[in-house]
Write a protein that binds this ligand. Structure first.
Ligand SMILES: NC(=O)C1=CN([C@@H]2O[C@H](COP(=O)(O)OP(=O)(O)OC[C@H]3O[C@@H](n4cnc5c(N)ncnc54)[C@H](OP(=O)(O)O)[C@@H]3O)[C@@H](O)[C@H]2O)C=CC1
Ligand SMILES: CC(=O)N[C@@H](CCC(=O)OP(=O)(O)O)C(=O)O
Length: 396
């Protein structure tokens, strides 16, 4: 594996010009050629500084892997040092993702077994569900891991068996893993070695509901989630139901009453409410490439008003760079967060007395997957959480 680009010291002049910060935590345990990290505020100087956290992207030929590589092309600290693929191993990354042909420093995709892990500090694991347990178990301890699959998200092994249809193959790692919903579990994430990055639907439901349940402003019963996803949520592999002819000009629900994101969402909401929460959740496949909307119907608790819900969310997320609570009457739209790590939330009074409608939109590939994964690795690494992620949505 080619790692020379990562360990190459920055030209002396550039090192001098770069503003430096403390060494990221992920680097502290290992010897490094350079100890300087450029700050985000100095992009022109930054480009000459070394990217000195060496990352591997496992499953780089898939959509979330691609999105990690795309976002890291603007990241001042994280270098792409290894890319893995399965059926596409041996190919150049730009052969399958020509829009990233300018990312000239990324290595050729190899099989996971061919990665030299002594040259890697951190890994993004963008593999299908149920394939990551043994892979992550086999990695050396010094490698920090953000797993984008669902393999480590459920804390209870019985719940995992029930929803994913098999015994967990690394229960000790399941106990160690920290759930990576950054805005909610930030303190735990900071010290984690293994992050279970949340699912896209669970992110879009938990971010708006967690603070409301924790504050007792909504009832923990009768929560109904009507969720919609772009087709990239299903990954890049060829499937008949994902053909243009099957997707365009129509929508369909799927996983009705049995989608595997239900237990993940309920786990988080139960943590917020400090009691068991059960939801009704129906996802839909939409004829769009990216984007996700969850429209959530809730009952107000203890005489709370819709204005109080909005104020509570605004207060909770006021200092959060990636979560924006919109003003009264403002309708969120997936196109206003497209390609970005931003989440928009809005709260409306329902016509039915005592109820509210909460709408949350995000990009399933960014805050719903790869963006949040980078946000989490930023945190673990002790660099600003927003590093490499501040780009606005792509519009129109
Ligand atoms: N798409 C989304 O919006 C979201 C996805 N996720 C999760 O992220 C993970 C990746 O999703 P996504 O990128 O969409 O999936 P894709 O199907 O697009 O990509 C899967 C990747 O895994 C590789 N792969 C498949 N099987 C194996 C195997 N047995 N061993 C090693 N590598 C393998 C593929 O390689 P190759 O192509 O070479 O065969 C490909 O690189 C999944 O767990 C998914 O649930 C999470 C949140 C949102
Ligand atoms: C449109 C579509 O098929 N979406 C996927 C969810 C996205 C995903 O990959 O699941 P995780 O978030 O759990 O990783 C699904 O419903 O299974």
């Amino acid at each position: 594996m080619q790692a020379a680009m990562l360990t190459r010291p920055a030209p002396a002049q550039a090192q001098q010009a770069s503003r430096t910060t403390t060494v990221p935590a992920v680097l502290q345990s290992r010897p490094r050629v350079s100890c300087q990290v450029a700050t985000q505020e100095a992009p022109s100087q930054m480009s000459a500084a070394p990217k000195n956290v060496r990352t591997a992207v496992m499953g780089a030929s898939g959509y979330t892997g691609e999105e990690v590589v795309r976002l890291l092309s603007l990241h001042p600290t994280f270098a792409v040092s290894a890319l893995t693929a399965d059926s596409q191993a041996g190919k150049a990354f730009s052969d399958i993702y020509p829009h990233l042909v300018t990312a000239t420093q990324v290595p050729t995709m190899v099989k996971i077994a061919d990665v030299d892990w002594s040259e890697i500090d951190a890994a993004f694991c963008c593999l299908p569900h149920a394939t990551t347990q043994e892979v992550i178990k086999s990695l050396p301890q010094h490698v920090k891991v953000v797993d984008l699959s669902a393999d480590f998200r459920l804390q209870n092994v019985d719940t995992y068996r029930e929803w994913y249809g098999g015994e967990h193959k690394a229960p000790e790692l399941q106990r160690e893993a920290v759930y990576g919903l950054t805005e909610i579990y930030r303190e735990e994430i900071k010290n984690a070695r293994l992050i279970a990055n949340p699912g896209c639907y669970p992110t879009s439901v938990q971010l708006p509901l967690y603070p409301l349940l924790a504050a007792g402003l909504i009832q923990h019963e009768d929560i109904i989630v009507d969720a919609k996803s772009g087709v990239s949520g299903a990954g890049r592999s060829a499937k008949v139901n994902l053909l243009y002819t099957e997707i365009a000009e129509g929508i369909n629900s799927y996983g009705v009453t049995k989608h595997r994101h239900m237990p993940e969402i309920e786990q988080g909401l139960s943590d917020a409410a400090k009691t068991d929460v059960t939801i009704s959740f129906t996802p839909h496949l939409m004829p769009m490439t990216r984007g996700m909307q969850s429209t959530i119907y809730v009952k107000l608790a203890g005489g709370a008003t819709v204005d109080e819900l909005r104020t509570a969310l605004k207060t909770r997320y006021d200092a959060e760079p990636f979560v924006t609570v919109l003003g009264e009457g403002v309708i969120p739209h997936t196109r206003y967060v497209r390609g970005s790590n931003h989440v928009h939330i809005s709260v409306f009074p329902d016509r039915l007395k005592g109820r509210a409608i909460v709408i949350c939109v995000l990009d399933n590939l960014v805050k719903g997957a790869s963006g949040q994964a980078i946000q989490n690795l930023n945190l673990i690494s002790g660099i600003p959480e927003t590093t490499g992620l501040l780009q606005a949505a792509m519009f129109p």
